[in-house]
Design a protein around this ligand. Sequence first.
Ligand SMILES: Cc1cc2nc3c(=O)[nH]c(=O)nc-3n(C[C@H](O)[C@H](O)[C@H](O)COP(=O)(O)OP(=O)(O)OC[C@H]3O[C@@H](n4cnc5c(N)ncnc54)[C@H](O)[C@@H]3O)c2cc1C
Length: 405
Amino acid sequence: MTKPDPVIVIGAGPVGLCLALALAQQDVSVVLIESMSDDNFLDQVPRAGSNHPTTLEFFDRIGLYARIEPRGLIAPKFQYWDRQDSALIAEFDHALLKDDTRFPYVLQCERIKIIEEALKMAKAHPRIEVRMSTEFVSFEQNGGGVAAQVKNAAGEAETIRGSYLVSCEGARSIVRRMLDVEFEGFTYPERTINIEVAYDFRKHGYTERNYISDPDEYSNLFHWKGPPDRWRIHFPTAIEDDENELKRPEALQARLKRFLGIDRDFEICGCNLYTVHQRVAKKFRQGRVLLAGDAAHVNSPIGGMGLNSGVHDAFNLADKLVRIVSSNADDAELDRYERQRRHVAVKHTQTQTIRNKRLLEERDPAVRQRNHDELRRQAEDPALARTFLLRTALFESLREAEQIA
Ligand SMILES: Cc1cc2nc3c(=O)[nH]c(=O)nc-3n(C[C@H](O)[C@H](O)[C@H](O)COP(=O)(O)OP(=O)(O)OC[C@H]3O[C@@H](n4cnc5c(N)ncnc54)[C@H](O)[C@@H]3O)c2cc1C
């Protein structure tokens, strides 16, 4: 019997790496194509890093959890704050999920550490051919397979053949554009500034993950192990604000002083500005070509759902591709991947992240009050709090997807 062609995975981000490892560990060969080189792979701007219990279970399945746990911070709790009167609104504790998961906490571990560890695993796996410094350019497909055109590490045009091709290239997916699949949704008319600061916010009562509501300047505050140990705080900025002005050291200091209401200088480790999109691809599959992760859906980081839901795509897809490639299962299973994961992207990730942002920036005092009372009510009742956590930790979305035929 001839060996099936490998699955081609484009992009060694968290989604592409998890997909490659999950396939390879079930004996499916993979060619993993990444445009960055070994020299600059770890120079990426800070992004995701709040890994929910469901995602930790998946990481554990491929042996990745044990590698990242020592590099991260275990964060069982998260809090909602009202900046108007510097008051804690509500605290949720994942300990309430102790009977639902072996990981009743969020692991604060930066995306860069996850991909560093996962890339080492991928390079060591005999079923994965990792092609760094290789830029995916275009593809063709027919009933028998796919052909990816790349510019390889030597700068030459090369064709790589595979059985299926999965775009894990991130939000700017060339594959999605070549398929002419609409990226439905919208982009917020503002940008977010992320400031990294070496300062212990716990002195002010904050925990490792905090959502801070304010009609004028809502924010999110997260603790990271580093090194160096530091916190990231995100604030919205007006679209017309000048980037250089926003990033001026004095402007960053002033923003932090205003936030904490104290007059001292902070040790700022870095900052970056990003635009937030809420979009879902109209299709996740066309023939032998699939979209996963940010290539298929993007959302506001409030709630930490982008990387998490992308990794869930990867494992859903891996199980189906294994059955198709190794056991000749009907590839109509891939339509189920689209039905399940598109449903999650639209009904869960988009809905929750849009709602999270609205909650934090609400201007109407009566609605703010109602929202805060509701959060308090849920946090104080263990049964309601557990239901809340099952949703925020993405158990609800996984269980609902399982019901989709
Ligand atoms: C500030 C910020 C904070 C965030 N915080 C969180 C959080 O706490 N929790 C969370 O779940 N999500 C968070 N997210 C979202 C998260 O970062 C993304 O959802 C996640 O990184 C998507 O993973 P991915 O593998 O799909 O794509 P990416 O991480 O974008 O990786 C894509 C990979 O493909 C490669 N590539 C691209 N084009 C090509 C090409 N043509 N050829 C070859 N390779 C290519 C890229 O170099 C890259 O390595 C955050 C995002 C931002 C901006």
